[in-house]
Design a protein. Structure first.
Ligand code: ADP
Ligand code: MG
Length: 282
């Protein structure tokens, strides 16, 4: 029996913020690992050509590995490009290879270029609006899509394919800078391509409780976005940043560390905050 209830339908979360280094990849892999530890069936789709999420989850991603490039550009089915994470039960990964760096350009001339990922995900019976009792045990509970630091066609594909967004915000100067542009993109996607899309969570990352700055940034973000901001701040912790160099998430690398406990808490919060909850609208 899972430690927390499985959602009534697959939740597809886009982890996006066009600013680099705010904790998108770190939050993707650790939230995913935490939810898997809580008994949820989880899929991570790496949409960043850097492949950092693939590395952290210990998934091969050299050129030629079946990957998100094949899913988006070549039209391969999801089943052909995912692999189980070797270290974390219930977690599967679609890795990103460097081929994806060209996809942004290659997709420009493709028909329905913004809908490629949506189409691929909808074709797989394990991503379903049905409860597990109807869809089957194999149904995914959570799909996390780790986006690159831009608002190009890769991120756009994720925003069209997803139902929810999780937006990591680094607790530092200029934290809110650029968010206006992100929210405008979300509104555009909602108006024209995916009316369902909603922001379920802002997540404050790299929070240093000893500094006045971090506290005031967190306060400002909460004033701005209210209940959409998860109560849990992810603390800045060196164990979090070390884990990927061992091809691990902090959840397995040092489960007792403050970073791991933060992500576990945040994951429980996200699970209790279903899609369409109050304040989930932009
Ligand atoms: P993004 O995917 O948004 O570019 P990353 O997740 O790669 O950002 O994080 C940027 C850098 O910050 C990485 O080196 C990562 O290890 C580090 N980092 C992220 N979260 C934390 C944290 N809570 N504590 C310490 N370092 C962190
Ligand atoms: Mg990243």
């Amino acid at each position: 029996r899972p430690a927390i209830e499985r959602p009534s339908a697959t939740r597809i979360l886009v982890v996006a913020n066009q600013k680099g280094g705010v904790g998108k990849t770190t939050s993707t892999v650790n939230m995913a690992a935490a939810l898997a530890q809580l008994g949820q069936r989880v899929l991570v789709i790496d949409l960043d050509p850097q492949g950092n999420a693939s590395t952290a989850l210990s998934i091969e991603h050299h050129r030629g590995t079946p990957s998100s490039y094949d899913l988006l550009v070549e039209g391969e089915p999801l089943s052909a490009v995912l692999s189980p994470c070797p270290d974390i039960e219930l977690l599967s990964v679609v890795p990103a290879t460097i081929d994806l760096a060209g996809a942004e350009i290659e997709l420009v001339s493709v028909v329905a270029r913004e809908q490629r990922l949506q189409k691929a995900l909808r074709a797989d019976p394990r991503i379903s609006d049905q409860p597990v009792s109807d869809a089957g045990e194999e149904r995914f509970d959570y799909v996390f899509i780790d986006c690159p630091p831009s608002l190009g066609l890769l991120t756009l594909n994720a925003l069209v394919a997803g139902r929810e967004m999780m937006v990591p915000i680094q607790a530092e100067y200029y934290a809110l800078e650029g968010l206006g542009q992100l929210l405008a993109t979300v509104d555009m996607v909602k108006a024209h391509l995916n009316p369902e899309l909603a922001i379920s969570a802002f997540l404050i990352t790299m929070y240093d409780g000893r500094t006045r700055l971090a506290a005031s940034v967190a306060e400002e973000v909460r004033e701005h976005f209210g209940p959409q901001v998860l109560r849990t701040n992810i603390p800045r912790s060196v164990r979090v940043s070390e884990a990927p160099s061992y091809s691990q998430t902090v959840m397995t690398y040092d489960p007792g560390s403050p970073g791991a406990m933060g992500y576990l808490e945040a994951a429980k919060e996200l699970a209790s905050k279903g899609p369409g909850t109050k304040g989930a609208d932009t």
